[in-house]
Ligand binder design. Structure first.
Ligand SMILES: NC(=O)c1ccc[n+]([C@@H]2O[C@H](COP(=O)([O-])OP(=O)(O)OC[C@H]3O[C@@H](n4cnc5c(N)ncnc54)[C@H](O)[C@@H]3O)[C@@H](O)[C@H]2O)c1
Ligand SMILES: [Zn+2]
Ligand SMILES: [Zn+2]
Length: 379
């Protein structure tokens, strides 16, 4: 039987999000229904709301989540009812040209639930990144559930489901940061600070954080930055060069994703260095660079989709590091909020007040049984 719960929906481009009753089908073959316990507010949710990612409204937002598997469909063996899982948007297919070449982190045919969640009137919802977890229950492909140690705070664990993983992986996997490297990170939100934490884990000797906002630079220091640059008042390229003996950093990570920050990253790296673009540009953005500089500076210009992570490999390992005190995921949780507060959380993201606002869902919803008549909106 399908269940009706509350969820945060972006109905049209640019409009404030609203809480709607959404209908979540019973899991079909290969699917799992998950009771969401916590879901972080990522800048990508705002990109969806603003039309920066697509035009398939209405979107069910939220995708940085952890929760408990509530039911599974036929043929699901990797996860079971009651498992504590982090949701991922990279359930690899095992069969596409990337997977067949042993590069499943680039899988081009990742799995999502086949059935659609809908509004009460039957309108199909597009779940953000195939997840849609600003909701009490969500339906995903079973492969989108990665089981981790249940003795972990869901608010912290869920962050690995997107932004924090993207940042950690941008440094560790895509940027291939190694011992003794110099690293610069432009944009110190949740993703950028995770890149800083990743660079530290990987043994970087010098980590330069760049942001327009002094508060963000303070948090970046907490995450492991050894130097900070306020790019509102300083040219970040000059500053990074100055801090690296005039040469530039070995790896520069653009965690903003704008033409100007990409250019800064491009010129702030040492010869033969690496640029990693992990911030997501919008479709209108363009960049112009002298081709001779692209050639002459050598090195690698890379993009990082989801930190080139493999959830089954990386999530349990990172939760272990967290539990050992080597990766402070709690530091990313600036505040816990309810579903009603998501729109306000977007404002706070804009004004730089938070690293991550995390929606924490009320456990009482656990006992709400039912069918469509159980009315997710009444609580
Ligand atoms: N590649 C991926 O797989 C992936 C995954 C998750 C998020 N993202 C993207 O990463 C980006 C960052 O996400 P977030 O959640 O950390 O966002 P956020 O809004 O929390 O952080 C962005 C930070 O960049 C700073 N900033 C903005 N413009 C700047 C500029 N010109 N120079 C320096 N700093 C600047 C802001 O002050 C802020 O601290 C977004 O574009 C998001 O969509 C990518
Ligand atoms: Zn594949
Ligand atoms: Zn995200």
């Amino acid at each position: 039987m399908s269940k009706s719960v509350r969820g945060v929906v972006a109905r049209s481009k640019g409009a404030p999000v609203t809480i709607e009753t959404i209908v979540v089908p019973d899991p079909g073959p290969g699917e799992a229904r998950v009771r969401v316990q916590a879901c972080g507010v990522c800048h990508t949710d705002l990109h969806y709301r603003e039309g920066g990612i697509g035009d398939e409204y209405p979107y069910l937002l939220g995708h940085e989540a952890a929760g408990i598997v509530e039911s599974v469909g036929e043929g699901v063996t990797d996860v079971a009812v009651g498992d504590f899982v982090i949701l991922n948007w990279r359930a690899v297919c095992g069969d596409c040209r990337a997977c067949r070449r042993g590069r499943p982190q680039y899988c081009f045919a990742t799995h999502n639930a086949t059935q659609k969640m809908t509004l009460e009137d039957g309108t199909e919802l597009s779940p953000a990144l195939g997840i849609g977890a600003f909701a009490e229950l969500t339906l995903v492909a079973a492969g989108q559930c990665t089981k981790v140690d249940p003795d972990t705070d869901p608010a912290a664990a869920g962050l690995l489901g997107c932004g924090v993983m993207a940042g950690l992986g941008a440094a560790i996997n895509t940027g291939n940061v190694g011992r003794g490297d110099t690293v610069a990170v432009i944009g110190c939100g949740g993703v950028g600070d995770a890149a800083i934490a990743g660079a530290r884990l990987a043994g970087a000797a010098r980590i330069i954080a760049v942001d327009l906002d002094e508060r963000k630079l303070q948090w970046a220091r907490d995450a492991g930055a050894t130097h900070t640059v306020d790019s509102r008042n300083n040219d970040p390229v000059e500053a990074i060069r100055e801090l690296t003996g005039g040469f530039g950093a070995d790896v520069v990570i653009d965690a903003v994703g704008r033409p100007e920050t990409y250019k800064q990253a491009f010129y702030a790296r040492d010869l033969a260095g690496t640029v990693v673009l992990v911030g997501v540009p919008n479709p209108e953005m363009k960049i112009e660079l002298p081709l001779i500089d692209v050639f002459g500076r050598g090195g690698a210009l890379k993009s990082s989709w989801y930190g080139d992570c493999l959830p089954s490999r990386d999530f349990p390992m990172l939760i272990d590091l967290y539990r050992q005190g080597r990766l402070d995921l709690d530091a990313f949780v600036s505040e816990t909020i309810t579903l009603e507060d998501v729109e306000a959380a977007f404002d706070k993201m804009h004004s730089g007040e938070v690293l991550r606002s995390v929606v924490v869902l009320d456990d009482k919803s656990e006992n709400r049984s039912g069918d469509k008549s159980s009315e997710g909106t009444s609580r």
